[in-house]
Design a protein around this ligand. Structure first.
Ligand SMILES: *[C@@H]1O[C@H](CO)[C@@H](O)[C@H](O)[C@H]1NC(C)=O
Ligand SMILES: *[C@@H]1O[C@H](CO)[C@@H](O)[C@H](O)[C@H]1NC(C)=O
Length: 446
């Protein structure tokens, strides 16, 4: 027998007391197991089909009420099926498939699905339900380089504690921002040399930012002396603006009439441009239009706009003219808030993060890319629309061609305006480009 005797079957026969104790221990273990299970109401037996023998065993051991209550709790919703002996359940019966679940998550019971998230930091300890003392309802993002720190510091102070602050760093300098107290409660995302819409596409998925009622996606070169974010939101709500921007101080460079601040009202949704620029008073650039430097989206509008942002078109040129496709009616839900206004300081900082090539300064390559992206975006959008109508069996009249031409003219206008804004910095390039544009399109701009 040797010293391993207790493991051999004959050991039970030789020591009946011991085997009795073992059986009692097992029974107590099973019973205790069920009581522990009882305290976790979410015990899942979905995939574990217990042999019916176990039930009769438990019934024998625990008679009456106790058994009934125990099973009720342990098996929750499955109880009826399992207790109901008139049907034998197969693994197939218990398979979960919920077509209305988010795509790819159909095999989960809907109660466990967390389809949306937020940017609220949590502790690593304690009760999860007490992690987040306040849940900011709004989100503001700035795409920043450390050199603009003074400007961003001033801007952030215009946003109350009701805002989550998210900085996208394009220069890799993150820890330096900790000199500002607010930086410690901000979210920092650092990826070198990317543009605002690149970050927005990757880090602001509508399901990730679903807790925020409004989302500000702002540049770093905005003067905010006359701006207050809480007041801004009040006005946006009051006037039903789904997509908006603060008015731009009109004496700074040239800009669209639409985005210029008006001194005599809270908001405006419609304007007059230079003669011939607006084919329809309800369409850009006379209405349904804001620029992309200081845009504010409602949660619903952002869900649509995010889908429209192209992964490869990082500068977002052309988006301004297409925003209107995301809200209905666009000329009522897109507008400019005049009472809370900003100054566009035109610092071509990200432009300098480009690459100097063939003796050309870095910003030139970036600028060229912006223009090219705008053309690509517009082509993609109109091709997509055409494809959709074709599939629906709708033939567009010749108006389609006319619309294309108007779009083209507007586009050239966009480029011209954007260049005008930069006139103080890049005069020579402007005149060269305008010369070229005039020759190509035979249009008079100003
Ligand atoms: C048991 O199954 C029968 C037949 O499928 C059904 O009519 C009955 O309602 C079920 N009982 C319970 C408690 O679900
Ligand atoms: C933050 O939001 C709450 C609730 O809407 C509001 O009462 C409070 O005034 C806001 N804070 C600031 C600084 O405006």
């Amino acid at each position: 027998m040797g010293k391993y005797a207790p493991h051999s079957p004959s050991a039970f026969m030789r020591k009946p007391n011991e085997s009795m104790r073992l059986i009692i221990t097992i029974v107590i273990g099973i019973v205790a197991g069920f009581f522990i299970g009882n305290s976790f109401h979410t015990v899942s037996i979905t995939k574990v089909l217990l042999p019916s023998g176990i039930f009769s065993f438990i019934e024998d051991r625990n008679t009456g009420q106790a058994t009934e209550a125990l099973l009720n709790h342990a098996f929750g919703s499955e109880k009826n099926q399992i207790v109901n002996h008139s049907k034998v359940l197969t693994a197939e019966d218990l398979k979960i498939y919920v077509p209305t679940n988010p795509k790819g998550a159909e095999r989960l019971p809907p109660g466990i699905i967390a389809a949306e998230s937020d940017f609220y930091p949590r502790r690593l300890w304690g009760d999860p339900s007490e992690d987040v003392p306040s849940r900011p309802k709004y989100l503001v993002t700035f795409t920043v380089g450390y050199e603009q720190k003074a400007n961003i510091n001033a801007a952030v102070k215009k946003f109350s504690e009701n805002f989550t602050i998210l900085l996208f760093h394009y220069d890799g300098r993150v820890s330096e921002w900790d000199e500002f107290e607010w930086s410690k409660r901000a979210i920092h995302v650092s990826v070198r040399k990317q543009a605002k819409w690149w970050y927005a596409k990757r880090f602001l998925h509508p399901d990730i930012v679903a807790s925020y009622e409004y989302i500000f996606i702002w540049d770093e070169d905005l003067g905010v002396e006359h701006f207050n974010a809480e007041e801004y939101i009040k006005l946006v709500k009051k006037h039903g603006l789904q997509i908006s921007q603060p008015g731009l101080e009109p004496n700074r460079g040239l800009t669209w009439q639409m985005t210029k601040r008006r001194g005599d009202r809270e908001v405006h949704k419609i304007t007059e441009e230079r003669p011939g620029w607006c084919s329809d008073p309800h369409l850009p650039p006379c209405a349904a239009f804001v620029e992309i430097m200081a845009t504010v989206f409602s949660r619903d509008a952002w869900r649509c706009v995010w889908h429209m942002i192209q992964n490869d078109l990082v500068h977002g040129w052309g988006l301004d003219f297409a925003l209107r496709k995301c809200v209905e009616p666009a000329h009522e839900k897109i507008g400019v808030v005049d009472a809370q206004w900003i100054v566009h300081q035109v610092v071509p900082s990200l432009g300098n993060q480009g690459k100097a090539e063939n003796g050309r300064p870095a910003w030139q390559g970036v600028r060229q890319r912006c223009r090219r992206e705008w053309g690509i975006f517009q082509t993609r959008m109109s091709e997509a629309e055409k494809a959709y109508y074709k599939e629906k069996g709708i033939t567009l009249p010749n108006k389609d061609r006319v619309a294309d031409q108007i779009d083209l003219a507007l586009g050239v206008g966009t480029v011209a305006i954007k260049l005008q804004v930069e006139i103080s910095v890049f005069t020579k390039q402007l005149s060269l480009f305008l010369e070229k544009a005039k020759k190509t399109f035979n249009l008079l701009f100003i």
